[in-house]
Each structure stands twice: as structure tokens, then as C-alpha cells.
Design a protein around this ligand. Structure first.
Ligand code: NAI
Length: 384
């Protein structure tokens, strides 16, 4: 099957590489000549590295290169069986593109979007045959991250869903299927990792380094929240939080933080700007955490309880199965353990108690324990 990828930026060029590695003929389209040139040269750098490290043979590298053709014209996509759009995150621009694509391709071509924040139903609404729309959400960098979220819209047929899952699995990816709801699985369930950490900082309970230390030391997370936000970029991370908050009709659970907003406004994006929560300049002093075990454990337990509550809400709202939610968090954001498995190990009654204490202390809706958590504790059930 010929695969079309539109948008040769960060995501599109990575997805094209994945499809080409799996022996598809790929057409990578971008309206910008500059973007195409950049995608070509970054593929060359990647292939050279892979050959040097012995990860692929010279012959395989030549095959991958030969499998990808580049174009500035959408017409070249007319034979594709699957098209994945990865252009700028603007609904009107994507709508305009989808209308053009549909007039070019065959009736059974699947039209997919790699969007992180737009609803798949809204993207498909402009298509005459909207039951071929689907979300296929890769993580950055697409060739390395194993997880792909596949999101059927209300319009999508089972046939389109099954075919899409089959194709993406054949590329060696871990596929989770989730409902067309804001943030899908990962960008929804992960919000408290950042939000609760920022809140703890804002309350003056601990500084960035101490909160990061608590999460790596007691939680086994590869990076603490502030280090991770500095990696992702505070501009990008803040706008995901803001869009999830808006999309959830301003549910206080997802309220963005002033601290992060001010960092973004100041241009303190993180590593890429040389300064974020930490200073990345050459002579910067490393900041030491306060190695207070009691405080560290309290921070870790509070953030973890909030994450687990969010994962349980995704089960409660039928966003995805418990198995897929745990897979998503371990394979999409490298959590050391699935949150629901973690909840079982700690004991759901202990998580409930932790959340009830927070809710009692603050009286804020953000800490309300999920009804499914209460029910499961009452019925003495566990997730697995
Ligand atoms: P990017 O800015 O790196 O690349 C977008 C590319 O699309 C650019 O090369 C641009 O020239 C091209 N483009 C824009 N309008 C076009 C049009 N009408 N026709 C053809 N080409 C057009 O963007 P990035 O980061 O790759 O994101 C693309 C999509 O993937 C967005 O929907 C984003 O939400 C989603 N996404 C991004 C992730 C990330 O970490 N960057 C992760 C997962 C999804």
C-alpha cells in the first residue's frame, strides 16, 4: 500500500521514515520547499547514524531512501491507501487540506490526522465520506517512540478502525485505541504530573529541584516534572495544558499554572532557549534539592495519587481499557509502571484516602476522588 504523509516537519518526516522502514512506498508532501530539503537532509543524517551504529545494513538504508519520494503537490497522493496529515495545528487549514485530498483519492483511502489537540470528529466533518476519518497519533520522535494512539471519531467505521490498527501494528508499534476526547490518553492522564508539581511549587512547599528529586527518587520516573517541562518546552507544554483545560469546559482539574505561564511569557522555554525552570547556560550552577525524605515522599505520593485519579477517570469515562491506559503511559511517556497497576499495588483504599485528605484540606474540586475509585474500594475490587 502506498502511504501519503502531508507535512514534512518534525512529525511527518519521522512517520515517513517509519512507513518506509516497513517497506511501504511513501510520498511525503509539504507546501514548503525548505521543509522538504530539511526532511531529506535529516533523513540522511539519521540513516548514516543507523548504519554506523550497525542498527541497519547499507542495503536497508538504501531501500528506506528509495521508498520515500518528496513532492510539493497533493496530486501525487492519488494512489495512496492511507494518508496521514501532520501539518500545522489549525482546524481551518486542515479542513481546507482534507477537502482537497478527498477530491484526489479513491473512495477507500483512509484519511488520518496526527493532531494532538483537535477533535477527530471536527476534522472529518468537511469530508463527503466522513466515515474514513481517523486519528493516528504518533509521539515525538516517531521512529523511536513505540506508542501510537488510534482514535476513531463518531463517524469512523469499524472497518477503517481495524484496517488502521492493522497497518500501524505491522509497523511494529504498540497501538492503543481511545475515544475522541481531549488529550486522548497520554496528554490527558499526564496533566497532573506537571500541574500538581507546579501547584506544590506555588504553595511554597518545595523548589523545582526538590520536586524533581522526589519524583525520580521515590517514583522511579526517568525525569522530574520540571526537567521534563524544560525538555518539552514550556511554550509547548503550556499550550497543551491550556487546550485540554478549554476542551474540558474549564474543569478545575486541568487548570493551567501562572508559574508556567510566566515562564513562557518570559521566553524561559527550557533547554531550547537556554533557560527554563533551570539555567542551561555554560557556567550555570547546578541546583541541589533539599534531601528531606519525609517531604520527598509526601510530594511523590500526592502527585502519584492525582495521576492515578486521572487514569481512573479515563477508565470511568470509557476513554480506553485499563490495559491500554497503562500501556499508553509506559510506552508513550516512559512511566516506570502503569498507573492502574501501581494503584492496585498501593491499594485503591490508600489512594482514595490520600485524595480525600487533599479534598478535605483544600475544598477544591480538582482533588475530588473519581466515583469509580470510590465504587471499586466499596466493592473491594482491583484493576488487574
Ligand atoms: P512542524 O511545524 O514541525 O511541521 C509542519 C509542516 O507542515 C511544516 O513543514 C509546514 O511547511 C507544513 N505545512 C503547513 N501547512 C501545510 C499545508 N497546507 N500543506 C502542506 N504542508 C503544510 O509540526 P509538527 O510538530 O510536526 O506537528 C504536526 C502535527 O503533528 C500537528 O498536528 C501536531 O499537533 C501533531 N503532533 C506534534 C507532536 C510534536 O511533538 N511536535 C507530537 C504529536 C503530534
Amino acid at each position: 500500500m502506498q502511504i501519503g504523509i502531508i507535512g514534512a516537519g518534525t512529525m511527518g518526516s519521522g512517520i515517513a521514515q517509519v512507513a518506509a522502514q516497513n517497506s511501504h512506498s511513501v510520498i511525503l508532501v509539504d507546501s514548503s520547499e525548505h521543509a522538504i530539503a530539511r526532511a531529506k537532509s535529516s533523513l540522511e543524517i539519521t540513516l548514516t547514524k543507523l548504519v554506523e551504529k550497525g542498527k541497519i545494513s547499507n542495503e536497508k538504508s538504501n531501500d528506506i531512501r528509495a521508498n520515500i519520494s518528496y513532492s510539493r503537490e497533493l496530486d501525487s497522493l492519488h494512489n495512496c491507501g492511507l494518508i496521514i496529515e501532520a501539518i500545522v495545528e489549525k482546524l481551518e487549514i486542515k479542513h481546507d487540506l482534507f477537502l482537497k485530498i478527498e477530491s484526489l483519492v479513491s473512495d477507500n483511502c483512509i484519511i488520518a490526522s496526527n493532531t494532538s489537540s483537535l477533535s477527530i470528529a471536527s476534522l472529518g466533518s468537511v469530508l463527503a465520506n466522513s466515515n474514513r476519518i481517523i486519528g493516528i497519533h504518533f509521539f515525538n520522535p516517531a521512529p523511536l517512540m513505540p506508542l501510537v494512539e488510534v482514535i476513531p471519531a463518531v463517524q469512523t467505521t469499524d472497518q477503517v478502525l481495524n484496517k488502521s490498527v492493522e497497518i500501524i501494528k505491522s509497523w511494529g508499534k504498540v497501538v492503543v485505541v481511545c475515544k475522541d476526547t481531549p488529550g486522548f490518553i497520554v496528554n490527558r492522564v499526564a496533566r497532573p504530573f506537571y500541574g500538581e508539581a507546579l501547584r506544590i511549587y506555588e504553595e511554597g512547599k518545595a523548589d523545582f529541584a526538590t520536586i524533581d528529586w522526589a519524583m525520580t527518587e521515590f517514583g522511579g520516573f526517568k525525569m522530574g516534572p520540571f526537567t521534563l517541562m524544560d525538555y518539552i518546552g514550556n511554550d509547548v507544554n503550556y499550550s497543551v495544558t491550556e487546550s485540554v483545560f478549554e476542551a474540558f469546559y474549564y474543569d478545575p482539574r486541568f487548570k493551567p499554572s501562572f508559574t508556567q505561564r510566566r515562564h513562557k511569557e518570559a521566553g524561559f522555554y527550557g533547554r531550547k532557549s537556554g533557560r527554563g525552570y533551570y539555567d542551561y547556560s555554560e557556567n550555570a550552577q547546578e541546583v541541589s534539592p533539599k534531601l528531606d525524605v519525609e517531604l520527598g515522599k509526601e510530594i511523590f505520593e500526592r502527585i502519584l495519587a492525582m495521576l492515578i485519579n486521572e487514569a481512573i477517570d479515563a477508565v470511568f469515562m470509557q476513554v480506553a481499557s485499563p490495559e491500554d491506559i497503562d500501556l499508553a503511559m509506559t510506552k508513550g511517556v516512559n512511566y516506570p509502571k502503569g498507573l492502574l497497576k501501581w494503584a492496585d499495588e498501593i491499594g485503591l483504599e490508600n489512594i482514595l484516602l490520600q485524595l480525600e485528605n487533599l479534598f478535605h484540606e483544600y475544598g477544591e474540586d480538582r482533588y475530588r476522588p473519581n466515583p469509580l475509585l470510590r465504587k471499586m474500594v466499596r466493592e473491594k475490587r482491583s484493576f488487574f
